[in-house]
Write a protein that binds this ligand. Structure first.
Ligand SMILES: Cc1cc2nc3c(=O)[nH]c(=O)nc-3n(C[C@H](O)[C@H](O)[C@H](O)COP(=O)(O)OP(=O)(O)OC[C@H]3O[C@@H](n4cnc5c(N)ncnc54)[C@H](O)[C@@H]3O)c2cc1C
Length: 420
């Protein structure tokens, strides 16, 4: 513990110039706070620049707490109620950015994610927020005798020096996609102040299948599918509580599923990975919104070979891999009741047990993070260490695919910035 009696260097040190850190710094600087934003990258917003294929899916037409997964599902409610998709629209208008709405209400920058990064950076600078780049965050220590209102409470150690401040905001994200400077330093800092970390795992990433997987060799095939995760309730159980069983609703509904060399990917698999844990099975419906029974009973279907009937709905190679040859070559009118049931099971309830995920290097986010039961849901301030804040992905708040993670980064960054 350091002992310092002088005036703090800054009102707030904001660690990480990513989506949440930039938004937090902008909000704090607009409120007249002396803030320093620090990042080890040479440029701010590196991950933000590559999101959404370079066009940044920054929010969604509809954002609710139900779009997020975490041990404490209500935690995000307060910040989300104060930062809605209308605020994103307002931000875009101020920044002169045209938003483009795509399927499932996803909102993208029509031109480039870099437009948003440039706007946030210039707004921070215009409001007097300083930025230190190429500077690695090493540790944050509490300052002794920090009682007086204007005395520093924290001392930050970086690769280039030391800074003191009344407040520190940890906005260092997660280790997902380390190619752009992502790291797990936020968890180390949280632990050093006694915070519990909900175990982290790669999420919104492809799932890898065992080598003897029955559907290997279908690489390149893509089709819409529903996926359920068997064995989980879609949310992590609270400590000491049991899982609530299989979710009744699919975690991915009629989203594109892509077969790869190693397993499955595409939006359906990415969405499923948010809920999947080692050992869980996936139940895949290759005919979302359709019933095999209706196809078999359709007028004129009786004389058609099963495989020909399905050809219009399921890619031929997948059909051949799923349906035994003898069954595929039968006319639908010749199918016994048991064969009809088997066909429906093969198409609507295909069971897979992935061996793992593609890992942090290919994951859009890390699920898990700083336990939100120890954080104020209004201000993002630590309930353990006054003046210490957390925002963005470092917290145990994980959004599904569709702009929810960036929306959370901005909403939580704003909540912290307003409390500084
Ligand atoms: C390829 C990809 C595409 C994505 N697309 C989307 C999308 O379209 N929509 C969506 O909602 N979400 C998307 N995400 C997720 C989204 O980018 C993150 O959830 C979001 O950026 C998290 O914001 P953050 O501020 O918490 O962390 P980050 O944006 O990751 O910022 C953390 C910052 O901390 C810095 N940092 C880390 N460690 C240190 C250290 N030791 N010292 C100094 N600085 C450090 C990093 O350099 C970084 O700038 C995508 C993610 C990836 C990887």
């Amino acid at each position: 513990m350091s002992t310092l009696f002088s005036r703090p260097d800054y009102d707030a040190l904001i660690l990480g110039a990513g989506a949440s850190g930039l938004y937090c710094a902008m909000t704090a600087a607009e409120r007249g706070r002396r803030a320093l934003l620090i990042d080890h990258a040479a440029k701010p917003g590196c991950k933000l620049s590559i999101t959404g294929g370079g066009k940044c899916n920054l929010s969604n037409r509809s954002v609710t707490p139900g779009d997020y997964v975490g041990e404490n599902p209500d935690f995000c409610r307060s910040a989300l109620s104060r930062f809605t998709p209308e605020h994103i629209a307002e931000l875009a208008r101020t920044a002169g950015i045209t938003l483009e709405e795509r399927e499932h209400g996803q909102l993208f920058c029509a031109r480039s994610a870099r437009d948003l990064v440039r706007f946030l950076v210039s707004r921070c600078a215009a409001q007097g927020c300083l930025m230190a780049l190429d500077e690695k965050i090493l540790a944050v220590e509490p300052v002794a005798n920090a009682g007086a209102e204007d005395s520093p409470r924290f001392c930050l150690r970086t690769s280039k020096g030391r800074y003191t401040a009344r407040n520190v905001v940890v906005a260092t994200g997660s280790p997902a996609w380390p190619q752009v400077g992502a790291s797990g330093i936020g968890y180390e800092l949280a632990r050093s102040f006694g915070h519990r970390i909900v175990p982290i795992r790669p999420a919104l990433c492809g799932l890898v299948m065992p080598q003897d997987w029955g559907l290997s060799g279908l690489s390149g095939i893509s089709l819409p599918a529903d996926i359920r995760v068997e064995g989980r309730a879609g949310r992590s159980p609270a400590p000491g509580k049991k899982d609530k069983g299989a979710p009744r609703l699919p975690v991915a509904e009629s989203l594109a599923l892509l077969f790869t060399h190693r397993g499955i990917s595409g939006p359906a698999a990415l969405q499923a990975s948010l809920h999947w844990r080692k050992g869980d099975a996936l139940l895949i419906n290759f005919l979302p919104g359709l019933r095999t029974e209706d196809l078999l009973n359709a007028p004129g279907a009786g004389k058609t070979l099963c495989r020909n009937l399905l050809r219009g709905h399921v890619p031929e190679r997948l059909c051949a891999a799923l349906i035994p040859d003898a069954l595929g070559r039968k006319k639908t009118a010749e199918l016994s009741r048991a064969e009809r049931t088997l066909l429906a099971e093969l198409l609507h309830c295909h069971r897979l047990v992935p061996s793992g995920t593609e890992g942090f290097s290919r994951a859009e986010i890390a699920a898990g993070g700083v336990c939100t039961r120890e954080i104020s849901s209004r201000s993002m301030e630590s309930l353990r260490a006054p003046g210490l804040f957390f925002c963005g992905e470092v917290l145990d708040v994980s959004g599904r695919l569709g702009g929810y993670n960036l929306h959370w980064a901005f909403a939580s960054g704003k909540a912290a910035g307003e409390a500084l």
